[in-house]
Design a protein around this ligand. Structure first.
Ligand code: GCB
Length: 554
């Protein structure tokens, strides 16, 4: 409602452009029959999903309209942008009744320039959000997480000079740990601009001049640098300035690569002691909304003994990634290419690539991000191999300072677990999910299994686990009991320890999370119970099994 007329034509595409809710009219001031009124309607917190803010929206899927008034006195010497951290899934954005554009993809940022479109004084922004799942979208209709809709992350009005620093990449060079390199990109009248790059603690002060595309590449040698690592998550203050614009950031420098079956962080072999995490706060249900929410999740991961987090199954909040950088947690960063999506559809591919590149664009300066990932449990077919292969090449061409991976699937033949997905050839890790003791075979059988992994690469187990209802106890074979989950973890770790080249794991999952697939009324009640911590923050027995294991690796 509010978008389509009675012939199902979008109002904003009709010649008159009249009738849509984005006009923000009301019956008191406008002629005619106006059958909505934003000012008298219920409100929602932004950032925040709508499902967790009103009972009648918990299972709602469809469109919802937001309106926000704001006041500003735009200045001739500035440019203005409306920036969204994330909106799930499709956003139609209107300023003062005029359409700015449409964005698809529920977890990555986007913005519209509104220079020249702002009024002096009162303005209004209207956003129609649609979270309807569709076959050809990314993700598709079928996932194991709640389809939280709405404006789930911050919205900002950005004010810049006419010509401004729009992008930069500042990282350690791929092949030389004594060189910092990257670029600064300016937007506007950007030819021949002077940009200063300063990293005072490294005595770096470099003056660059932008080329015809507004870009300036640079390389500087460094000495006495403290490399970023989980033990010492050193972040350097970085300042970029041009004219009277100044941009501050905190950036860490590290190298990450593989050598045979080893993962090398700053040239030293490292084991990825990880855990998988959804962007969801169990305690107050819904998407993580604040830095406090995010810190809580990462503190739990630290308490478990982790140096690594798998931020599943889509791009998490930028603040989450920055906190991980600060707290010394390496990050596996995902996009929602999940299970079976429309491999043959060109628009679906483009959408996946856009989401991947938007994530990389946003987080490319975060030292903690060591792995870009292209998909989870995707079924081997020619079309899928091509789709995924293209994503891998895209990442590799753009960013050579990180690893590229996917969560592959396994096959079993007797007591042999095989990993031979052809996509593995193009990836940096032999990384896969396996649910021994839960979806296949009994926990007591696990130690009989051996692995046949067709890649001479570091092995990272991206998922294993089992469900347990916190506080429900039984013997180790009683399904849903904490003891059963504990038993699965014990036997899994014994089995996995035998893998030659095991270099990390991110068991599924840190905390119970909401999922429409999990409908057992007694044990699940719409929660996936594979968390090591319950939805009330209670640690289950398996938490301590993994904690002990990680401690034993030190
Ligand atoms: C998986 C999926 C994950 C699910 C999990 C489960 O393999 O990657 O998204 O939540 O299994 O609990 O079944």
């Amino acid at each position: 409602m509010g978008y389509l007329d009675y012939r199902q034509k979008p109002f904003d595409q009709s010649p008159l452009g009249k009738g849509g809710f984005y006009e923000n009219l009301n019956a008191e001031t406008a002629p005619g029959r106006i059958e909505y009124n934003f000012d008298l309607s219920p409100t929602l917190h932004v950032p925040g999903d709508w499902n967790s803010q009103a009972e009648n929206l918990e299972l709602y899927e469809g469109t919802l309209w937001y309106k926000r008034d704001f006041a500003i006195s735009p200045k001739e010497e500035n440019r203005y942008f409306v920036h969204f951290g994330a909106v799930n899934y499709e956003a139609h954005v209107y300023l003062n009744g005029e359409k700015l554009g449409v964005h698809k993809g529920g977890f990555t940022p986007f913005q519209f320039e509104v220079s020249g479109k702002l009024k002096d004084g009162k303005n209004f922004l209207v956003v129609m959000v649609d979270n309807t799942r569709k076959q050809d979208e990314v993700p598709t209709v079928n996932t194991d997480w709640w389809n939280y809709g709405g404006i789930t992350r911050d919205v900002n009005l950005l004010i810049t000079p006419k010509t401004f620093i729009s992008d930069y990449k500042i990282q350690l060079a791929d092949n030389d740990m004594n060189v910092i390199e990257g670029y600064v990109q300016m937007d506007g009248n950007a030819l021949g601009r002077t940009v200063q790059v300063a990293i005072p603690e490294l005595n770096i002060e470099k003056s660059l001049t932008t080329d015809a595309s507004g870009k300036a590449d640079f390389q500087v040698p460094v000495t006495n640098i403290k490399y970023w690592s989980p033990d010492n998550p050193m972040l350097y203050a970085v300042n970029l300035s041009s004219g009277n614009e100044s941009v501050d950031d905190k950036i860490g420098f590290r190298s990450i690569e593989t050598a045979g079956k080893n993962i090398l962080l700053n040239d030293k072999s490292i084991f990825l002691k990880g855990i998988s995490i959804h962007d969801e706060n169990p305690l107050i249900e819904g998407r993580l909304r604040s830095e406090g929410d995010m810190r809580m999740m990462l503190e739990w991961a630290k308490e478990l003994g982790c140096n690594f987090v798998r931020l599943a199954h889509y791009t998490h909040n930028e603040t989450m990634i920055r906190l991980a950088d600060e707290m010394g947690l390496m990050v596996w960063a995902e996009i929602p290419v999940y299970w079976t999506i429309s491999w043959e559809n060109k628009e679906t591919y483009q959408n996946a690539e856009n989401q991947l590149m938007a994530a990389i664009e946003r987080d490319k300066n975060r030292a903690g991000v060591i792995i870009w990932y292209v998909g989870n449990e995707t079924p081997v077919t020619e079309a899928r191999n091509e789709f995924m292969g293209k994503l891998v090449s895209k990442v590799k061409n753009f960013d050579d300072t990180r690893l590229v991976a996917a969560a592959l699937e396994v096959e079993r033949d007797g007591y042999t677990v095989e990993v031979d997905d052809p996509l593995g050839d193009q990836l940096d890790l032999a990384s896969f999910n396996e649910y021994g003791g839960w979806y296949w075979d009994k926990p007591e059988e696990l130690t009989k299994y051996t692995f046949d992994i067709h890649f001479d690469k570091p092995v990272v187990i991206t998922e294993f686990g089992g469900g347990a209802l916190a506080g429900f106890h039984g013997d180790k074979n009683t399904m849903w009991s904490e003891e059963h989950q504990e038993f699965i973890y014990e036997e899994q770790l014994k089995m996995l320890n035998k893998i030659d080249g095991l270099r990390g794991m991110t068991p599924w999952i840190l905390v119970d999370f909401k999922s429409p697939r999990r409908q057992h009324p007694v044990y699940q009640n719409f929660w996936n119970r594979k968390g090591l911590i319950s939805e009330t923050g209670e640690k289950k027995k398996a938490f301590f099994v993994l904690q002990d294991y990680y401690e034993s690796l030190d």
